[in-house]
Structure formats: C-alpha cells, structure tokens
Design a protein around this ligand. Structure first.
Ligand code: F6R
Length: 605
C-alpha cells in the first residue's frame, strides 16, 4: 500500500525521493507526489498514475531543495486524482501518510468550526489541517506535530515537514511501519528498508506509538507517552534490499524461477543432520489441543493446506479462518489452543488485528512471516521466518512455497512430538523434502507446455479450478493467481462440490484446470474430470506421469509434473499454477508485477 519517504539531505533531494518511491512501487499505488522546502518554503508536485508521470512533471517544473518528503498513494478516501495525491498541505505544514485516520470526520467538523476547510476528499488532509491549527495557535512544529498525533485514531505512519524549518522532519508510527535511516550529516525516513537501501545501510525501526524528531545531526525518539526512548539501529542486509529483475522480464518471473534456490536456502535454515531445528523458545506440541490459523489471500491458502498436514500427520484439530472475518467474529479461544498467523509482509492489518484478539487468550502465538522486523513477527511468542527473500511482484509466489515449507516442517515436528510419526518416518520425508529443490528445477523445464496452455487460456472469460484433498487449497491459489494478474474471472472448487452447483457453468467456453497427482484420491477426481468433458468443458489436467497414463488423452491439455511424495505435492504443484497465471497475464499484456487495484502490503482493513 502507500509508500513513504523523507530526506533531510546534503544535496538536492527530488531525484533521491523519486528513486526511493520507485523502490516502493511494488507496494501498489495509483498516484505519487513529493514536496520540498525551496528556500525554506514548501512546494510540491503530484501526478496521477505511474511514477514516470511525476518524473515528467518534475522535468517540466523542477523542485529544488535539500529537504523533502514523498509518497506513493493507494487510494482509500477519495479517488486517485492529483488533488487527492500526497503530500497534503495546509498553510505551513506538509504531510505524507500511510494508513487510515478513522476519526477524520469528527476532526473535520471540529476544524470546520474554526474555519479550516478541506480542499481534498482525503482523511490525510485532516492531519495537515490539525497541525496547521496548532501552528496558528502558537505551537512550534514539534509541539504542533505531537499534539496532532495525539488527536488521531486509526492506523498511520506519518511524516511532517514545516515551512521555514529545513532541518526538521517529524515521523510517527502507529499501525503502519516506518523506519529511520542514518546518514553522514543526512537523515531519512521510509516505509521499509527497500526504500532506504540506496541512501544508507543503517536503519532504526520505530516501535508502535513512537514519534521521531529528525534533524541532519540525528534523531530523538519519543514513545506514545512522550518519554524519550532509544531504539537499536540495525544494519540493512543488502541482499534483502536488492531490487532487480535478474535478467527476467518481470519480478514475478524471477521470483517463480528462483524457487529452487530459495527453497534450498529455506530448508537449510530449518534442517540439521539431526532433523528439524526450530528457533527458540520452540513449542511443546504434546500439550496442544487445537490450533487456529488465520491469514489473508494466498497466505490463507497456505493455512488451508497446513490444516490437512496438521490434522493428517500430527492429529491436531485445526480451524482456519480469513483474518477479516475472524477479527470481528471474535471467536472464543479455549485453553490448549495455539494461534498461528501467516503473513508475507507481516503487516497485513486484518491479520495483525486477529493476532491481537488471540494475545492473552491463546496458549501461544506463532507466526510465519517473511519480514522478520514486521509487527506480526514482533507481537508473536515465536516468529518463524520463511527465508523467501524480498518478494516484489504483487502476486505472491516464492513466499507461498516458503510458507508451505515452514508449515510442513512445523507439522512434522508436531507429528514427531505427539508420537504420530516415528523419527525414521520423519527423516525419510525430510530426505524427500531435501530433494524438492532439484524436482522444482525439473518442473521449471515444463515451462513451454505451460506457456502454450496459458496462451490458449488467455482468451477465456471464465476458468474453473478443481482439486481434492491437498490439491483443493492449491486450486484456490491457482484461481486467485490467475484472476489477480490476468483479470480472467477464475473460481476454485473442491472437486466433489462440482455437482452441487458449479457444473451448471460448464460449456465449451469454460476451461477447467484439474490439479490431480496420482494419489489415493486420483480416481475420484478423474471421475469429476470426465463429468466436465462429457459436457464439452475443455480440461487442463495437471498431474504426474502415472496420472497422465491413467487419464488417457481425453483432456484438452495435460501438463505432466515430476513425481514427488504425495504429501509434498502442494509445494510442487504451486509452480504450474503460478506459471499458468504468469503466462496468461503476459499473453494478455497486463501489468504483471503491479496489477490494477492491488497492493503488496495491505495495511488498511
Ligand atoms: C496474492 C497475494 C495476497 C496476499 C495477502 C496477504 O498473490 O499476494 O493475497 O497473500 O494480501 O498478504 P500477507 O501475506 O503480506 O499478509
């Protein structure tokens, strides 16, 4: 979602602001803008659409200045227009914001009573107006910013810049991440390490409720109560902050292709010669009576897959829920329950709220995250990193397989601890898992047939995905991938549900992707496939060699995957699902890495 950057620099800041915004593009946005202090006076440029439009505006009308703030906006309140783009300005104050100010209507009424009228449809402008009211009442910029922040309800990361104060920038974090970058005679603020990486290798993550008062010489951090606090600076791992396509046409293509390497690294982080190694404090699975797993989107489908593993391998009952439903249903959490949250970004607002509902109720809070410094990781008793590396493509790919990897290892550890699998059974499956990166490599060799199939699918208006058992969540994930990047309407059903309604949709124009390795459920799924074929539906069968031989040549297309232990199929079959979506999107010419309306890190509900 929205990206924020701020620079108190030694040189002209406009180019560096735009470059930092470019690095934040992956979060998703629909307009962008920057403001600088030019001879001590605020000035700004904003543009709708891609960053190139802002760069064009800056070429025609440059913005000098050595202090500045910048923003990529993903519209929430108000259409994506130039007027609604950040930075917002009121008198001597400019503000950029990520999140939602929930009480902005009440604040607007109070501002209107004092004659402060908004010029935009945004909640953010209220923040600038409030700060300006405090300045007009005689407060200095720091007092004005602090008083303003105290009045806000909701989730926000904010950065303020003030007319006449070129050596001052104020940031605040509550519900949305914000990091300070430390330079030599320069200071920075940014939404994440990726934005700040070209500017500095030393950053400090603000904690919830923190406010930061920056000058070029350093920073003073205060907590919510106003007390001065110190937060430990960290070195940025440059490999984690690298943003390049590595010779691929899209980040998504790169992230799909690098899965063998990423998975091998992720496995190495959790496996020793003796078996599975979990970070401390570990978890006593013997005492676990029930698990609840909560997440959104692709991460939710990882949880649905994990439910099969935990129930079948470890005998632990699992409930899985979508975070936005879970948080408002406020389900009772009984003793003996472990709550597990899965999130690539670790900042998804609904997942974080669901976690907070479980804090103090569940026996322990586990999370499976890609960003180890994220809010969800920090608020968990045990955070398990997936080691996927930075994921830039909005559509989650390598993070999904790495989430599955950690969840499977956790389920195996639970199975071992509860005596449901012997050490040698687990060791045998771990050997299979160690082989998986090589199998992934072989599967990438199926790219041509998958691309040809995807090019044919690209003409469809609707596509159905079917799967049974462990392939049901994969079918859900396949449909989500296809719709989000190619904009083809796609739905997934458990194969057995076909006859209970969806079969009415089948005709020659509705391709059906059937995900079915030759496992104990194969024959049942093939029966469902025959029901589709009998009604003229073109079937894309994704299976293995034994499955392909048994199914014969009734399918319109058959994609043959390498053989793998049936329990590992969700990891492997993610690959053709991702490639089908990717190639269909490329064939349609959509914006693969930044699909319309989507954001990478969904920090508002
Ligand atoms: C789909 C996708 C989203 C995310 C969802 C949760 O490709 O990426 O559905 O999975 O927004 O995001 P995280 O994992 O960051 O909580």
């Amino acid at each position: 979602m929205c990206g924020i950057v701020g620079i108190l620099g030694r040189h002209e800041v406009a180019p560096a602001l735009v470059e930092a915004l470019r690095r934040l593009e992956y979060r998703g946005y629909d307009s962008a803008g920057i403001a600088t202090l030019r001879d001590g006076k605020l000035d700004r440029r904003r543009a709708v659409g891609k960053l190139v439009n802002l760069s064009d505006a800056l070429v025609h009308d440059p913005l000098p200045g050595k202090s500045g703030i910048g923003h990529t906006r993903w519209a929430t309140h108000g259409a994506p227009t130039e007027r609604n783009a950040h930075p917002h300005r009121a008198g001597s104050v400019a503000v950029v914001h990520n999140g939602i100010i929930e009480n902005y209507k009440a604040l607007r009424d109070s501002l209107a009573a004092d004659g402060y009228a908004p010029e935009t449809d945004t909640d953010t402008e209220t923040v600038a107006l409030l700060a300006q009211r405090h300045v007009a009442a005689g407060k200095d910029p720091v007092e004005a910013a602090m008083a303003t922040i105290d009045e806000l309800k909701g989730a926000f990361a904010l950065v303020f810049l003030f007319d006449g104060h070129p050596d001052l920038m104020i940031g605040a974090r509550k519900g949305s991440p914000l990091a300070i970058g430390h330079g030599e005679g320069e200071m920075f603020l940014g939404s994440d390490a990726i934005a700040l990486a070209p500017l500095t290798d030393t950053i400090t993550y603000l904690e919830e409720g923190d406010r930061a008062i920056l000058t070029r010489d350093g920073v003073e951090i205060r907590d919510e109560s106003g007390a001065q606090v110190s937060r430990e600076p960290q070195k940025i791992r440059m490999d984690a902050a690298r943003v390049d396509k590595g010779g691929h046409k899209h980040f998504m293509a790169k992230e799909i292709a690098e899965q063998p390497v990423v998975l091998a690294n992720a496995l190495q982080a959790y496996l020793s010669d003796d078996g599975i190694v979990l970070p401390e404090p570990g978890i006593d699975f013997d005492k676990v009576e029930r698990m609840v797993m909560v997440a959104c989107g692709t991460a939710y489908y990882a949880c649905v897959t994990a439910k099969y593993w935990f129930e079948q391998l470890a005998g632990i009952p699992v409930e899985v829920d979508i975070a936005s439903e879970f948080r408002y249903r406020e389900p009772p959490i009984s003793k003996g329950t472990v709550a597990l949250f899965v999130s690539q970004s670790g900042e998804t607002a609904d997942t974080l709220a669901a976690l907070r509902h479980c804090t103090g109720r569940a026996d322990s809070i586990l999370s499976v995250v890609n960003v180890e410094s994220s809010s969800i990781a920090r608020e968990s008793d045990l955070a398990l990193p997936i080691h996927a590396g930075t994921e830039i493509g909005v559509a989650s790919t390598k993070a999904f397989t790495c989430q599955l990897n950690v969840l499977l290892l956790l389920a195996l550890r639970a199975a071992e601890a509860r005596g449901k699998m012997s050490n040698s059974e687990v060791a045998t499956l771990l050997d299979e898992l160690r082989r998986l990166p090589g199998v992934f490599n072989a599967a990438l060799g199926r790219d041509d047939i998958i691309r040809e199939t995807a090019e044919d699918l690209a003409d469809a208006h609707d596509v159905l995905f079917l799967g049974r058992g462990l392939m049901f969540p994969l079918a859900l994930e396949g449909a989500l991938k296809l719709k989000e990047i190619s904009y083809i309407h796609a739905e997934a059903y458990a194969s057995g549900e076909l006859k209970h309604g969806p079969i009415a949709l089948i005709d020659h124009a509705v391709p059906v992707v059937v995900m079915a390795p030759r496992d104990h459920l194969f024959e049942k799924t093939v029966s469902n496939m025959q029901e589709v074929i009998a009604r003229g539906g073109p079937v894309v069968l994704i299976t293995d060699a034994a499955g392909a031989a048994e199914a014969g040549d009734d399918a319109w297309r058959t994609i043959v995957m390498p053989d793998v232990d049936p329990r590992l199929t969700p990891l492997l079959y993610a690959l053709p699902a991702q490639l089908l979506a990717y190639h269909a999107a490329v064939a349609k010419g959509t914006d693969v890495d930044q699909p319309r309306n989507l954001a990478k890190s969904v920090t508002v509900e």
